[in-house]
Design a protein around this ligand. Structure first.
Ligand SMILES: Cc1cc2nc3c(=O)[nH]c(=O)nc-3n(C[C@H](O)[C@H](O)[C@H](O)COP(=O)(O)OP(=O)(O)OC[C@H]3O[C@@H](n4cnc5c(N)ncnc54)[C@H](O)[C@@H]3O)c2cc1C
Length: 371
């Protein structure tokens, strides 16, 4: 095993920036390439659960999270008309980890770009990749070349490195299409709140600076946008609480973009000296807000694993063995949450009124442990 590892990180999203930071801190030489031509500042909000905040704090974002974003002390589950079904205390749920925070994607990306200790080469992708001996030779789209001990695929749910690592892996449509947007009118939204209808859900939570992030989804047989790009969501949410109707009538809602809710199941996350982190390996439904936690924990476990002595492909297998059970747990819990949500509304509301606290406790308990 080489004493000084050269690592290429493909993708400067949350997983890639976290991995580059962790690996550099452990003394490795890290190059980062990112397909988009500039740091991405788009997208809506992120619900950062206790284990996300713990992982981001360890990465060096403690001050950032303490001063930006909004504390999320509870999660309120409601019927579509606004009848409270359960108030889950997030402080109890995540005891021993960290307090939950709502933030914008733009703020988190900017903070990660601020701390990443290596330059990101924007507008660059891989042209080719070939493993030989104890490394990987790569050609970049800009004509440059490089040789690395490890190539980390942090290239998101549509990962092209996944095709190299596990050609049989595929994204799976989970039966919902979703929209999200930021609004400047966060009045009355002082916690993570969801209104649950029949095959429809609308959630909102504060993200700081007077803004709230709104998220809407509808069950749909096909992953195509059922509004044909118009984001005319009101007909799906008629009869909902007037506050939902207000939010859906804002210009921001009408500019919301649709995407199918999908997950990724890979048979393996590693092939030789090439491996996957974050959504590329294990994207899941956002209904538990675990995407950031899993991505940043991947980065920390990868850095731990590569710091040990051993043959690199074996070390990467150890990384997978350490991460697989936890990410599979999250995917199973998100599917369970969808099944509960899809019960007939009267049954679902009964279940949540009487058992939400227990269901949330059970889903969260293993995630309070360190990864
Ligand atoms: C609707 C929705 C809501 C969500 N809400 C939450 C939430 O509230 N809380 C939470 O924790 N998680 C949430 N998630 C999940 C979270 O967004 C993801 O888990 C997280 O962004 C994964 O980060 P990543 O770095 O793996 O992927 P990405 O953020 O997708 O980053 C991948 C990066 O790789 C780049 N890239 C792609 N291909 C290439 C290439 N060939 N070469 C170079 N660069 C490339 C992309 O441009 C991008 O910058 C949500 C997801 C969705 C879809």
């Amino acid at each position: 095993m080489p004493t000084h590892l050269e690592v290429l990180v493909v993708g400067a999203g949350i997983a890639g920036l976290a991995a580059a930071t962790e690996l550099h801190h452990r003394g490795m030489s890290v190059d980062v390439i990112e397909r988009s031509s500039h740091p991405r500042a788009t997208g809506a909000g992120l619900f950062l659960t206790g284990n996300s905040v713990r992982a981001l704090n360890a990465l060096g974002l403690r001050d950032h999270l303490a001063t930006s974003g909004a504390p999320l002390p509870s999660q309120r589950l409601q019927s579509h008309r606004g009848r409270v079904l359960a108030d889950i205390s997030t402080a109890d749920l995540w005891r021993g980890t960290a307090d939950c925070v709502g933030t914008t994607r733009a703020a988190l990306h900017a903070a990660l770009h601020d701390i990443v200790p290596v330059p990101v080469r924007h507008g660059v992708t891989l042209q080719s990749l070939k493993e030989s001996g104890d490394g990987v030779d790569v050609e970049f789209i800009d004509g440059k070349t490089g040789r690395y001990n490890v190539v980390v695929g942090a290239d998101g749910i549509r990962s092209s490195l996944r095709e190299y690592v596990d050609p049989a892996a595929a994204t799976r449509y989970l039966g919902q299409v979703c929209w999200r947007f930021l609004t400047d009118d966060a009045s009355g939204i002082d916690r993570w709140t969801v209104w649950l209808g029949r095959g429809t859900a609308f959630a909102a939570y504060p993200v700081g600076r007077g803004q709230a992030c709104c998220y809407a989804d509808v069950s749909a047989a096909s992953p195509q946008d059922p509004t044909d790009g118009t984001a005319q969501l009101s007909p799906f949410f008629s009869g909902f609480d007037p506050r939902v109707q207000d939010l859906l009538a804002t210009p921001a809602a009408r500019a919301a973009y649709a995407s199918p809710v999908e997950e990724v199941s890979c048979g393996t996350w590693t092939s030789g000296h090439v491996m996957l982190v974050g959504d590329a390996a294990h994207a899941s439904s956002p209904n538990m807000g675990q995407g950031v936690a899993m991505a940043v924990e991947d980065a920390q476990v990868l850095a731990d694993t590569l710091t040990a002595e051993g043959h690199i492909p074996d070390l990467l297998q150890q990384y997978v063995q350490r991460r697989l059970p936890r990410t599979r747990w999250v995917q199973r819990q998100t599917r369970q949450r969808d099944r509960t949500r899809s019960l007939p509304p009267a049954v679902r509301n009964f279940v949540l009124r009487h058992g939400a606290q227990r269901l949330y406790e059970r889903a969260t308990a293993p995630l309070r442990e360190l990864p």
